[in-house]
Every structure is written in structure tokens, then in C-alpha cells.
Design a protein around this ligand. Structure first.
Ligand code: SAM
Ligand code: FES
Length: 331
């Protein structure tokens, strides 16, 4: 279905038809990507970050978190354990930590690719040469949310960088040949419904292969500590519209959704999502990767997380994919 910006705005503003919207997104998901759910094993390998994103608990000015960095060998070991648990895709995520130079990252990527898995990187803004080197080392996908397409809001939220560079990064990632993951936060202070409509249209324009939408959750050690949290329902609506417009892309049921609603990921899977990213690092790191408070599963070991989400997925009549889950059906 094609929708204009005014039509998207009307849908976002009017809550009377929400159930119809979620049903249509679920039908679109079933038609274009089927009942399989792709599980991606998430390794949060460093919470050290040079950035100052105002909403994020990992930002460099937060002095109250204990910082950690997992060694390259241990990252590969975590990936190995995830493969043993049945994961076919590994996602490496971190703050922008300069310890992991281009060579170090390429070593990690090559080590993980020997395990016959697909690999997603989510490590922030890099140069074209870095992105190219990671791709040539074997990385398949890159996840970099635009966060918001409202340039003014973007610049207020990210005083250390500029909007044009974020766009440049996404264009470089696409040009190099990665599957491109992007997405936005829903509920940032002064974010408008009009700009959320622009975000959805942007996902289409940039040719996103995956889109992750999450509600903003205020972190007490950030400048936005007193801001209101984002709305679960509005985030779900943005996600449902992304499914309806982009049809066959991959859409994760995000952890932030479950933080705001105890059944959030399952509701998301029934409103357009087809991917879940369980954490595969051990409990010693989980609580320290505190992007926002109340993150789920911080005391659970990887085996438990996998078992828990598998049974929830099966309970709603969906199956777990045993492919690498590419958008372009390379698996
Ligand atoms: N450094 C990488 C980057 O910037 O893409 C990846 C790590 S960053 C912590 C991953 C995502 O967390 C961001 O894209 C952002 O949307 C989300 N995030 C950060 N702070 C958040 C908050 N307070 N509430 C909800 N999501 C948040
Ligand atoms: Fe760097 Fe959030 S500010 S990961």
C-alpha cells in the first residue's frame, strides 16, 4: 500500500482505528515474509562511547556506569556459543569505542564469519573506508538508526555530530552493498507526528532492508532524565506503518517495546515485526549496557533467553527460522 505524508499523519493522530492498522500490518507481514521469526544473537561488546547522545545512558558524560570492553577473542567465543544455541545471525553492538580500530574489527569479523553465520554490525558512524573494510572482511548488514529525520531535533539530541554525516553513513553503507538497517526513536522531547511521518517515508526512500523502531525511555543519568517516556502504542503504530509501506523488509520486535509493556515483543510480532534479537552475552555485562533503565532479561543467561523467547513465539503459532534471514533472500 502507498500512503502520502498527510495520510500517515492522520493515521498516527487517530487512535480509533489502531486495531485495524495492526491487523493490516500483521497480514502484510504474513503475505510478504511469512510466519518465520528470525532470531539474531546480540553481543553488546563495549559500553564505552565517545558520543554525547542526550537520550542515551552510554553517553560519555555519564560517569556513574561501570564501563567494560570485551576482548576480541571473547567476542568470538560469545559468537561461537550463540551458534551452538542455534543462532544463524550475530549482531555486534557497542558504543563508539575507538579501541576497536579498523584492523581489530576486521579480525573479529573474520573470526565470526568462520562460524558460517550472517553478521550485522551496529557500531555507529565510521568513515567510508572503515565500512568498506568491514564489508570486505565479511560483515553482511549494518544497523544505524537515523533516530529522527527532524534535523533541528537531531542536532539538539546529538550536539557532537551533524545530521549530514548520519545520512552520509547510511548512503555509504547502502552503496557498499550491506543490507541497511535504520530506524527511529519514538517520543523524543518535542518530536512531532509530522516528523515521524517523515521518518517512515525516509526508511522507504533510503531503501532500508530492516527498520527498528523503539520508544524513547528516559535515563536518570542523562540530560533528558525528566522528560516523558515515549508511547508504546505510538511506537507500535510507526512500526506497523513501516511494515505496510516497506512490505518485505525485516522488522525487529525491539527490547525497548518489552521494557514498556511486559508482552511488548509478542504484541510487536503480531503487529508487523518478524525478528527478535535476544542477548547472548553473559549477565556480568548486561546490566552495564544500560542504554535506558528497566532493560529486560539482565539477569538471564543466553540459554534461558533463547528458550523463553522460542516458547513465546511458538505459543502464537509462529515458527523459528533456520535460515540466515536476509532481506534479499540470500539465505
Ligand atoms: N553506537 C551505535 C549507534 O549509535 O548506532 C549503537 C549503540 S546505540 C546504544 C543503539 C540504539 O539505542 C540507538 O540507535 C538508539 O535508538 C537506542 N537508544 C539509546 N538510548 C535510548 C533510550 N534512552 N531509549 C530508547 N532507546 C535508546
Ligand atoms: Fe554512544 Fe549511546 S551515546 S551508544
Amino acid at each position: 500500500m502507498e500512503l502520502t505524508k498527510p495520510e500517515i499523519i492522520d493515521i498516527l493522530k487517530d487512535d480509533s482505528q489502531n486495531n485495524r492498522l495492526f491487523k493490516l500490518a500483521d497480514e502484510t507481514r504474513k503475505k510478504y515474509v511469512g510466519d518465520e521469526v528470525h532470531l539474531r544473537g546480540l553481543i553488546e561488546f563495549s559500553n564505552i562511547c565517545r558520543c554525547k547522545c542526550k537520550y542515551c545512558g552510554l553517553q560519555s558524560t555519564n560517569k556513574s556506569i561501570e564501563r567494560y570492553r570485551i576482548s576480541p577473542d571473547d567476542i568470538i567465543l560469545y559468537a561461537q556459543k550463540a551458534v551452538e544455541l542455534g543462532y544463524k545471525t550475530i549482531v555486534l553492538q557497542s558504543g563508539e569505542d575507538e579501541f576497536y580500530t579498523r584492523d581489530v574489527m576486521c579480525g573479529i569479523i573474520k573470526g565470526i564469519k568462520k562460524l558460517d553465520v550472517s553478521l550485522t554490525l551496529s557500531i555507529g558512524e565510521k568513515s567510508y573506508e572503515d565500512y568498506l573494510a568491514y564489508y570486505e572482511a565479511g560483515a553482511d548488514r549494518y544497523l544505524l538508526r537515523i533516530e529522527t529525520t527532524d534535523r533541528n531535533l537531531y542536532e539538539k539530541m546529538h550536539p557532537h555530530v551533524d545530521f549530514e554525516n548520519r545520512i552520509r553513513c547510511l548512503k555509504d553503507i547502502k552503496k557498499i552493498g550491506y543490507e541497511v538497517g535504520t530506524g527511529c526513536l519514538v517520543g523524543l522531547p518535542n518530536q512531532t507526528v509530522e516528523s515521524l511521518a517523515d521518518d517512515i517515508l525516509f526508511f522507504k526512500k533510503i531503501g532500508a532492508d530492516m527498520v527498528g523502531i523503539g520508544p524513547f525511555i528516559p535515563h536518570p543519568e542523562t540530560p533528558l532524565k525528566d522528560a516523558d517516556k515515549g508511547s508504546f502504542t505510538l511506537a507500535l503504530k510507526v512500526m506497523a506503518l513501516a511494515r505496510i509501506l516497506l512490505k518485505d523488509i525485516n522488522i525487529p520486535a525491539t527490547t525497548a517495546m518489552e521494557t514498556l509493556n511486559p508482552n511488548g515483543r509478542i504484541i510487536a510480532l503480531q503487529s508487523g515485526a518478524n525478528v527478535v534479537m535476544p542477548n547472548v552475552t553473559s549477565t556480568e555485562y548486561r546490566a552495564k549496557y544500560e542504554i535506558y533503565p528497566g532493560k529486560i532479561c539482565i539477569n538471564d543467561e543466553p540459554t534461558k533467553c533463547r528458550g523463553c523467547i522460542e516458547s513465546k513465539i511458538k505459543s502464537i503459532g509462529r515458527t523459528i527460522s533456520d535460515t540466515k534471514g536476509f532481506h534479499s533472500k540470500k539465505s
